[in-house]
Structures are given as structure tokens and as C-alpha cells.
Design a protein around this ligand. Structure first.
Ligand SMILES: C=C(OP(=O)(O)O)C(=O)O
Ligand SMILES: [Mg+2]
Length: 427
């Protein structure tokens, strides 16, 4: 037995930011090192995602995770005991084999991911290294450009606006700390603008202001106004990133924008978004079309992909195979470890993204906790970008604050991704 062999695994039920139970796993190694991780959960999920196993029934809206917790304690724990946690691939292979289904429908991706991540934390602790350095080695020093939400919408805010995430990116900031400073000013200015308009109505699931707008474009206008009110220059200093999350309001080539009272074809949707790209300082558009509209994605990326970042989330579900099968449909991929259920499978997608020339963005889910693993993945995997959500919610700030610590710990070695990850249209 090596010191990094898994000695003991235990899962418990804890709570996420939406008031739903989720799975936390502890992994203890023979040498005494421990690791802990908590699975997040999405709301606007892609149909190709690995299964977030829920109990159903009436308790907690059917969202309880007693089965997934039991799957860790009764099935996984025994099966992974003795595996070397320092060999993440072997551990994840065992989890994949044990589940035996493509999308973790037997054990649940929430069960497998909590163990996969906790083991990585334990292995890093065993060698006394922070997780980002354990994963990325001594060269892991690139601090990601953040995508931070200012207004929340879509499935995260009672569908008050159709677009799900109105975010800002600060590629012209000198470092991550300054990007966060600027975003905090924009966030505050956006809140003041809503207050002045009498439409401030709290915060959405990911910490952005709860939207209260007459149209999707009014939200974009207000975002630009907030950037200016914060004393920053749209285009030169700050750009906009949207998660359109179009699978939530589109299918079979028809897109229903409820707030705007419009029903558009794929071409109409592409035209609408092309108009926005022309009028607003947009740097990145995620899921501009629905997950069942690969042809639309290809057409949109052909038309706009040389000017902006086109991100596949529901389309690609962090899946290396889907990425290969749809090459050219986007030029960036979101990496959400719970869409696959193990770190190794998510890292595969990250590698294939490089082969396909795609940018990579590690992302939180809308249901989150104090777990900060993704901040370390973004640096350790050299992703270049990180999308988390916003101020006003501690489970989001836990990640951004961890990134501040990582940037500080790296000192002069830290290198902020900034403009470099947006090669196509730097402001
Ligand atoms: C983070 C997102 O939301 P969710 O976790 O609900 O899928 C997203 O769609 O990118
Ligand atoms: Mg998304």
C-alpha cells in the first residue's frame, strides 16, 4: 500500500445554494491525507449531461439525494478502496466501470463526481500542494479571465427575461484582482440604475440582479449604461458575455422569446444575435442556439465566429466525443465536471478542445456550494477562462476569492489570461 492509496470514503447529504440537498464526499488516504468535495447541480441542463441522480417523490420537491449518498457509501466506497488516488485516471476508470452506463444513470454523476474531486484534493494534500499546482505542475500560473454575471435571467430567474446570463468580461484589466474590482463597480452601478428605475427586485440564482426589464435589449442597454456609470469604457476596457441558453426557449428550429413577444426561425435568431453583436460590445455568446440545432450553430459560428467567442454548453455537455462530432459548431467549450461525472472525462474534453482549436471555460453550475474545486481546475488545467456567477452570493464569491488567493500565492509568476484568450476580437 502506498500512502496515497484510498483507505476510506464517506459521503453525506449537505445543502446547495438553491436549498436543495447535494452530495459531499470525504476521501481519506492510507498516509492520513484527506480530501473533500461537493457536487454542484444545474437548472438549465443539456439533455446529454450525465445524470444528477435525485430521489424523486415528494421530499424537497423530489430533489433529495439519499440514493446518490447511499451509492457512495454502499457501492463506491468499497470498490475504490485501495486504488491510488494519485492515479486519477485509474480511479475514474473504476468509477466509470462500476457505473457501467454512458451517463452515470446507475450511480449518479453527483455521486461519482464528489468522489472523483475529493480524491484529487486528498492526493494534492498528500504531497502538500495546492490542487491547481498538483494538477498543472509548477508551470500552472495562468489566471483565467472571468465571466461574471450582472443580471440573471432564464431558468435562473423565473424566466423574467429570455436570456439567461448577462455577464461582463474585463480583458483589459491588468490582473484578476483588477478584473474583480472593475466588475464590482459595474455590479454596484447596475444595482443603482435598477434602484433609480424602481425595478430592483433582488438577486437571481447566480448572484446577478433579478431582472425586471421590458425587453431583452433593455437589459443589454442597462448593462452598457452600468459599465459607463462605473467609469469604465465599453469595448476598450469591458465587454459583454451572454449565455443565451437557447435550449430553454427553442427547439425544432423555432425560438420563442417570450419577453419580446417574438417567435423566430433559426435564421431569424442568427439575425437577431448578429444585430446585437453589431450594436453592443459583445465578446462571447454561449448557446446562441438550441442543443438540437447543430446546423444553426455551424451557420452562426461561420458568420460570427471570427469576431466573437461562440461557446457550446448544452450543445457539448463537456463531452469530448460530442466536441469531435460537432467540430466547427462553436469555437469554445464550457467545462462543467458534473456534466460528465469524473475529472478525467472532463479533462478529456479540455484536451480535445485544444486539438479542435477551441477556447475553454471552466464553469460553475447554478446550484453551488462553498466548494472551490473549479477555481483550481481553471488554473491547473490552464483553461484560460472561468464562469461562476456574482456578488451577493457567498457560494459564488468563494470561488472568486479563492482565485484572488491563487493569484497572490503565484506572485510574480501569475499571468492573467486577459485579452490573450479572446484572440478573435480583443477590445
Ligand atoms: C451555469 C449554467 O447554468 P446551469 O448550471 O443551470 O446549467 C449555464 O447554463 O451555463
Ligand atoms: Mg450555459
Amino acid at each position: 500500500m502506498t500512502d496515497t492509496a484510498i483507505a476510506y470514503v464517506h459521503a453525506r447529504r449537505v445543502w446547495d445554494s438553491r436549498g436543495r440537498p447535494t452530495v459531499e464526499a470525504d476521501v481519506l488516504l492510507e498516509g492520513g491525507a484527506v480530501g473533500r468535495a461537493i457536487a454542484p447541480a444545474g437548472a438549465s441542463t443539456g439533455s446529454g449531461e450525465a445524470l444528477d441522480l435525485r430521489d424523486g417523490g415528494t421530499a424537497f420537491g423530489g430533489y433529495d439525494v439519499r440514493k446518490a449518498v447511499a451509492n457512495v457509501n454502499d457501492v463506491i466506497a468499497r470498490a475504490v478502496t485501495g486504488i491510488d488516488a494519485a492515479n486519477q485516471e485509474a480511479l475514474d476508470e473504476r468509477l466509470i466501470e462500476l457505473d457501467g452506463t454512458r451517463n452515470k444513470t446507475r450511480l449518479g454523476a453527483n455521486a461519482t463526481l464528489a468522489v472523483s474531486m475529493a480524491a484529487a484534493h486528498a492526493a494534492a494534500a498528500a504531497v502538500g500542494e495546492p490542487l491547481y499546482r498538483y494538477l498543472g505542475g509548477a508551470d500552472a500560473a495562468r489566471i483565467p479571465l472571468p465571466q461574471i454575471q450582472i443580471f440573471g435571467g432564464g431558468a435562473h430567474a423565473g424566466r423574467r427575461v429570455d436570456i439567461q446570463d448577462f455577464m461582463v468580461m474585463c480583458p483589459a484589466a491588468e490582473n484578476f484582482a483588477q478584473a474583480l474590482d472593475w466588475t464590482a463597480e459595474i455590479y454596484r452601478a447596475a444595482g443603482t440604475l435598477l434602484q433609480e428605475a424602481g425595478t430592483l427586485a433582488g438577486v437571481a440564482d447566480e448572484g446577478g440582479w433579478w431582472p425586471s426589464f421590458a425587453s431583452n435589449e433593455q437589459a443589454l442597454d442597462t448593462l452598457v449604461a452600468a459599465i459607463e456609470r462605473a467609469g469604465l469604457r465599453p469595448v476598450e476596457q469591458v465587454g459583454i458575455a451572454l449565455d443565451v441558453a437557447a435550449s430553454d426557449f427553442g427547439r425544432n428550429g423555432r425560438y420563442k422569446l417570450a419577453l419580446d413577444g417574438k417567435e423566430l426561425s433559426t435564421d431569424g435568431m442568427i439575425e437577431l444575435l448578429a444585430g446585437w453583436i453589431g450594436r453592443y460590445p459583445i465578446l462571447s455568446l454561449e448557446d446562441p442556439l438550441a442543443e438540437d440545432d447543430t446546423a444553426g450553430f455551424l451557420a452562426f459560428t461561420r458568420a460570427a465566429g471570427n469576431r466573437i467567442q461562440v461557446v457550446g454548453d448544452d450543445l457539448l455537455v463537456s463531452d469530448a466525443d460530442r466536441l469531435r462530432d460537432t467540430a466547427g459548431a462553436a469555437n469554445a467549450i464550457l467545462l462543467k465536471p458534473n456534466q460528465r461525472g469524473t475529472l478525467t472525462e472532463t479533462l478529456d474534453a479540455r484536451r480535445v478542445a485544444d486539438e479542435c482549436g477551441y477556447a475553454t471555460i471552466v464553469s460553475a453550475r447554478s446550484g453551488e456550494t462553498e466548494d472551490v474545486t473549479i477555481a483550481h481546475l481553471a488554473v491547473g488545467w490552464d483553461a484560460g477562462q472561468l464562469k461562476v456567477g456574482s456578488f451577493s452570493r457567498g457560494e459564488r464569491m468563494a470561488k472568486w476569492n479563492e482565485m484572488l488567493r491563487i493569484e497572490e500565492a503565484l506572485g510574480g509568476k501569475a499571468h492573467f489570461a486577459g485579452r490573450s484568450v479572446l484572440g478573435r476580437s480583443p477590445p
